[in-house]
Design a binder for this molecule. Sequence first.
Ligand code: COA
Length: 115
Amino acid sequence: MAAATTTTAGGGTSGEGPKIVWNQPQQRFETEDKKAYLQYALRGGGGVMDIVHTFVPPSKRGLGLASHLCVSAFQHAKTNSMSVVPTCSYVSDTFLPRNPTWNSLLYSEDLKSHM
Ligand code: COA
């Protein structure tokens, strides 16, 4: 089993958030049971995290789980000086409008020449 970096994505209530695990081989951030996950693809030689899909089982939706997954992914991108492409509509249409401070990490056209 590959080593995984674990982060607890706090949504403002420290210690209350679900444990989110970085599954590096599968390019995912996921819950420990792997049932909820955020899938990304690396672009630009690894400097760009393209978030392609977010999934939460129907029985767990509406509780902010996808938001916790996004916080872990954006924190990881920030720590590693990566840009983010919000291909997943949950990220672009819901998470970012509700958490606009993360907009600063978005991949910008200016960087395209470096890809
Ligand atoms: N695009 C954008 N926003 C969406 C969405 C979608 N496809 N599906 C749900 N949302 C919004 C809802 O409007 C909801 O808003 P509300 O809080 O006003 O009710 C909000 O997401 C819920 O946020 P949160 O609790 O953090 O998300 P979640 O844990 O319920 O998970 C999804 C959200 C999208 C991951 C989950 O509904 C899911 O797995 N859907 C099926 C797969 C999918 O469509 N993924 C997104 C496209 S890649």
